[in-house]
Design a protein around this ligand. Structure first.
Ligand SMILES: NC(=O)c1ccc[n+]([C@@H]2O[C@H](COP(=O)([O-])OP(=O)(O)OC[C@H]3O[C@@H](n4cnc5c(N)ncnc54)[C@H](OP(=O)(O)O)[C@@H]3O)[C@@H](O)[C@H]2O)c1
Length: 270
């Protein structure tokens, strides 16, 4: 068989683009897509932080690519998206996972802190998603976006206003774009995880207080935290063909914490 003929009969693998894949949910999601036979593009603020993820993807026989991308910089977003398209020719699933967290009383939040969180968690993902929408609409191909929100975007909490407002905006972006792009066959969904324990530097030191963790687990109906791998599997599901009828959905993954009503008991005996 000639090499031309061979190429024409090859089935192109779907391509997933995962932002913020150095550790935690992003790294687990990239690996879950690789195991589901996707080619994967991963991004981070610092390219060297992606070395471990890239090695894992290559071990899983994935055609992977690592790109440095800063969500607050329009040119960086555009360049990362275009280099992924040049290398892979298409993007089927975009996962807006990268984000920054801010723990600060509302009265103490500075303009710069607010700007940084909104740039990384709202504007960057919006314009990234806009590039994805333009790409899919222009190429007349169906595709999916999965946003990684948080239960902080759904319910109130002290010291998390800026972060929570940004995640609430991401949840509303999910619904708005799901409706606007349904006619193009582009699905937009979100996951809203509760607290996770990951090896990320951003989580360093959290969870060390055993009393705090015990009190938190006692309030969660399933008495466990969601894992990054469980969130990753849900993202691959929402991004893939098995979720063809799902759009505008926000999948809460928090052991039932935000489902608890006022005055509810977790057990009949409590
Ligand atoms: N961890 C939790 O308990 C929890 C709970 C609910 C929801 N979430 C959400 O889940 C997602 C992943 O959380 P995680 O804890 O796994 O993340 P993480 O380990 O803190 O990793 C964040 C990733 O995003 C990248 N990033 C951060 N700011 C960026 C920016 N301005 N521009 C581009 N990339 C940026 C980082 O790149 P570098 O490595 O180069 O810094 C890194 O790859 C986030 O959306 C988070 O809000 C997390």
């Amino acid at each position: 068989m000639s090499s031309d003929r061979k190429q024409s009969t090859e089935v192109a693998r779907p391509v997933a683009f995962v932002t913020g894949a150095s550790y935690g949910v992003g790294a687990a999601t990239a690996l879950a897509f690789a195991r589901a036979a996707y080619d994967v593009i991963v991004t981070a603020r610092r390219r060297e932080n992606l070395d471990a993820t890239l090695a894992t993807l290559e071990q899983a026989n994935c055609r992977a690519m690592a790109v440095e991308m800063l969500l607050s910089d329009d040119a960086s977003i555009e360049s990362a998206f275009q280099s992924a398209l040049s290398a892979h020719g298409r993007i089927d699933v975009l996962v807006n996972n990268a984000a920054v967290n801010l723990r600060r009383l509302a009265v103490d939040v500075s303009r710069d802190e607010w700007r940084d969180v909104m740039a990384a968690n709202v504007s960057g993902p919006f314009f990234m998603t806009q590039l994805m929408g333009r790409h899919l609409i222009a190429s007349r191909r169906q595709g999916a976006v999965v946003n990684v929100a948080s239960t902080h975007g759904l319910v109130g909490a002290a010291e998390r206003s800026t972060y929570g407002i940004s995640k609430g905006a991401m949840i509303q972006m999910t619904r708005m774009l799901a409706i606007e792009w349904a006619e193009h066959g582009i699905r937009v969904n979100a996951v809203a995880p509760g607290r996770m324990e990951t090896a990320s530097p951003s989580r360093a030191g959290t969870g060390a207080n055993a009393d705090y963790m015990a009190a938190m687990l006692a309030r969660i109906p399933l008495h466990r935290l969601v894992t990054a791998e469980e969130v990753a599997d849900a993202i691959v599901y929402l991004g893939g063909p098995a979720a063809a009828s799902i759009t505008g959905h926000v999948l809460v993954m928090d052991g039932g914490l935000t489902a608890v009503g006022w005055g509810s008991k977790l057990r009949r005996a409590d």
